[in-house]
Ligand binder design. Structure first.
Ligand SMILES: [Mg+2]
Length: 359
């Protein structure tokens, strides 16, 4: 039985950075959850890119924890439904998805501890290495800074790199992507990410021009509500369209898949509403034979992508939480593996987090 749920809130400083959709970024918010049941403690978390974290924590403390305390911890699917239903009126996505996710991640961790199995096994996957790509949040960086960052990714052995696009002057995007392609050569995969900064018309025209640099995918070209627009881009542009980090439930993914509006499905077990819905989404991707990748959540995604039949890349994010973890994720030959310990294997280093604790 779930006996106790506690939360903490941190404001983690980021090197000032930004992208075309979310503007300037200098803070990551982290909400951690500890969920105690029968002598074990499951750990979970949610993050934001600077706003909304306190509301996520309040939803957990005031609205979701009372729905879980006193319940049996074992049936995670049923508990996820209970939380989703409990916030239905103010939910079906948005902040509610983040709050539910933090608890759902803790419930999966707890289940792993109880059963003595790593998350990858609970997810029905076979542990195996997944290629990782170096991912920058670099839109404001001058060109030489951008190239230095990419050189750093190459030095770490990543077989792919991603850069942000969506500068106010599109000619700068063209110049920057071409310069990165010249730097990395043809043997490295080059992803580009517009973070929803374009209109559909811009995406059609600009995506067509950037296709000259043979990008591996074009990520979040336009707002996520425009599924038909994504379907048109998927039909008319030569590179695959990647999306997922801004979708907050399996239903949203379902529409994208039904309308053939994406070419690479990206999971994020925090923004997608938890591990429970992410596994449903991966099952849909398998049914549709869609390649998968991940957004942020490097440690959890190393487990979950093993449940995909075609996991092409894990995103090794510039903001990765590694420096705040007891055991940072290991990258070997440009690949990552899920951890072997029971549960998620993710434990925060409270000493490293302590200076950033906030109310
Ligand atoms: Mg992105």
């Amino acid at each position: 039985m779930i006996e106790r749920i506690s939360t903490a809130y941190y404001r983690l400083p980021l090197e000032p950075s930004g992208d075309a959709g979310h503007g300037s970024l200098d803070t990551e918010e982290l909400v951690t959850v500890e969920l105690a049941a029968e002598g074990l403690v499951g750990h979970g978390y949610a993050y934001t890119i600077g706003r909304g974290g306190r509301a996520v924590r309040a939803l957990i403390d005031h609205d979701l924890a009372p729905l879980l305390v006193g319940q049996e911890a074992g049936d995670v699917d049923a508990l996820w439904e209970r939380m989703w239903r409990g916030l239905l009126y103010v939910g079906r996505g948005g902040l509610a998805a983040f709050a539910i996710a933090a608890l759902d991640i803790a419930l999966w961790d707890l289940r792993g501890l109880r059963e003595g199995k790593p998350l990858v096994a609970l997810a029905g996957g076979t542990a195996r290495p997944i290629p990782a790509y170096g991912s920058g949040v670099d839109l404001p960086k001058p060109l030489d800074g951008l190239l230095r960052q990419v050189e750093g990714f190459l030095a770490r052995g990543y077989p792919g790199v991603k850069v942000k696009i969506g500068r106010e002057d599109f000619e700068e995007d063209v110049e920057r992507v071409a310069a990165v392609r010249r730097l990395v050569g043809d043997g490295i995969d080059l992803m580009i990410d517009a973070n929803m900064g374009w209109s559909l018309g811009q995406a059609l025209e600009r995506g067509g021009r950037l296709a000259e640099q043979n990008p591996y995918w074009l990520e979040e070209p336009i707002i996520p509500e425009d599924v038909p627009g994504h379907a048109r881009l998927a039909r008319e542009l030569p590179m695959p369209i990647a999306i997922g980090e801004s979708l907050h439930s399996p239903r949203e993914f379902e529409r994208y898949i039904a309308e053939r509006a994406l070419g690479v499905l990206q999971i994020d077990p925090v923004t997608n509403g938890g591990i429970t819905p992410t596994l449903r989404v991966l099952e849909m991707a398998n049914q549709a034979s869609l390649p998968t990748s991940s957004h942020y959540t490097d440690e959890l995604s190393a487990h979950l992508l093993c449940a995909s039949t075609n996991p092409i890349y894990l995103e090794k994010h510039a903001f990765a939480l590694d420096r705040y973890l007891e055991r940072p994720q290991v990258v070997t030959d440009g690949k990552v593996r899920p951890t072997d310990d029971p549960g998620t294997g993710l434990r925060f280093d409270r000493e490293a987090l302590r200076p950033y604790a906030a109310d």
